[in-house]
Write a protein that binds this ligand. Structure first.
Ligand code: LMR
Length: 323
């Protein structure tokens, strides 16, 4: 994307995802970048290091580090990664208490300094944290979204491409529901160059069991990486996914991206953030596309949205300002 209007991108949290986001945004010349963190020195150090990539990689982006929310003022896009990642053996939901407090501080920082931004949340447990961030920031629902569906769908597409021994470029696969173990990879809408995956499986002699295993691996995809890394969670693909969403907003691309969007009156959901196909353009999350699901998919989606609802209740119990 050309750096025509010198947008401002604020990244709240400068750990592994924050640093990767800054590098990607700079390489794509999406705008000037503020890396924020409460840890003194870290955002400044990363900003300095990344700035020195510019002459080698040939990008022109001003990258600064800050510990002061005032420096995010005027941001067009804010991507939130602040908080704690899970460790092997933990579920994302185990992070609820600690990351809810972080979302409170971040939401207030956004409310006071950058109320016109489009905010993309990556912090886990995702669907509850994006909801809480919206509540604490007071931004309109269409300007706050969670990054999960793009990542989960990318995992699903990767595993399908490996199984079918085809280019990942030809796989179109997506995932609905919450960003937890109950997420719903939607096989009935997944295709390989327009050919439904189930038909392609028959052509290639790939069994239902193999497809089920891919669905299960997708559901557990984040945990697989947490276990391998030993001390942290995925960062390259989450950052890439959030950047695609930011580009859709900044470029008014009207992309249909599976995202944790505010859903009301669709998919049997009323007033909750959950992963659904979402049109992202200059208006933020402009529309939610409701697709026809099989009975099994409907049942699975209900299990997933019920799990998200339970987390929202837990948030309200932990912070009375959310009740
Ligand atoms: C992911 O899916 O990679 C992230 O949500 C991080 C995690 O804890 O799994």
């Amino acid at each position: 994307m050309a750096n025509t209007g010198r947008n401002k991108i604020a990244l709240i949290g400068s750990g592994m995802i924050g640093g990767t986001l800054a590098h990607l945004a700079a390489k794509k010349e999406m705008g000037d970048i503020v890396l924020f963190d409460i840890a003194e020195g870290m955002p400044q150090g990363k900003a300095l290091d990344l700035s020195q990539c510019g002459p080698v990689e040939g990008f022109d982006a001003k990258i600064t580090g800050s510990n002061d929310y005032a420096d995010i003022a005027g941001a067009d896009v804010i991507i939130v990664t602040a908080g704690v990642p899970r460790k092997p053996g933990m579920s994302r939901d185990d992070l609820l208490g600690i990351n809810l407090k972080v979302m409170k501080a971040v939401g207030e920082g956004i409310k006071n300094n950058a109320p016109d931004a489009f905010v993309i949340c990556i912090t886990n447990p995702l669907d509850a944290m994006v909801w809480a961030l919206r509540e604490f920031s007071g931004l309109p629902h269409n300007k706050v979204v969670g990054m999960a569906g793009v990542l989960d769908s990318a995992r699903f597409a990767t595993f399908l491409a490996w199984e079918f021994d085809c280019s990942v470029k030809d796989v179109n696969a997506f995932v609905l529901g919450g960003h937890g173990d109950t997420m719903v990879p939607v096989l009935s809408y997944s295709t390989i160059n327009g050919i439904p995956v189930k038909d392609m499986a028959k052509i290639k002699g790939i069994s239902e069991d193999r497809l089920d295993a891919i669905v299960q691996r997708t559901r557990a995809g984040g945990g697989e990486i947490v276990k391998l890394l030993g001390n942290g969670s995925a960062y390259y693909a989450p950052a890439t996914s959030a950047i695609a969403m930011a580009e859709a907003y900044l470029g008014d691309q009207k992309r249909i991206l599976p995202s944790a969007s505010y859903v009301t009156g669709k998919y049997g959901v009323d007033g909750m953030y959950v992963g659904v196909p979402t049109v992202i353009g200059a208006g933020g999350t402009e529309d939610v596309v409701e697709i026809e699901l099989t009975e099994d998919e409907k049942t699975n989606l209900k299990v997933s949205t019920d799990a998200v609802e339970e987390l929202l209740e837990a948030c309200k119990a932990l912070d009375s300002s959310l009740a």
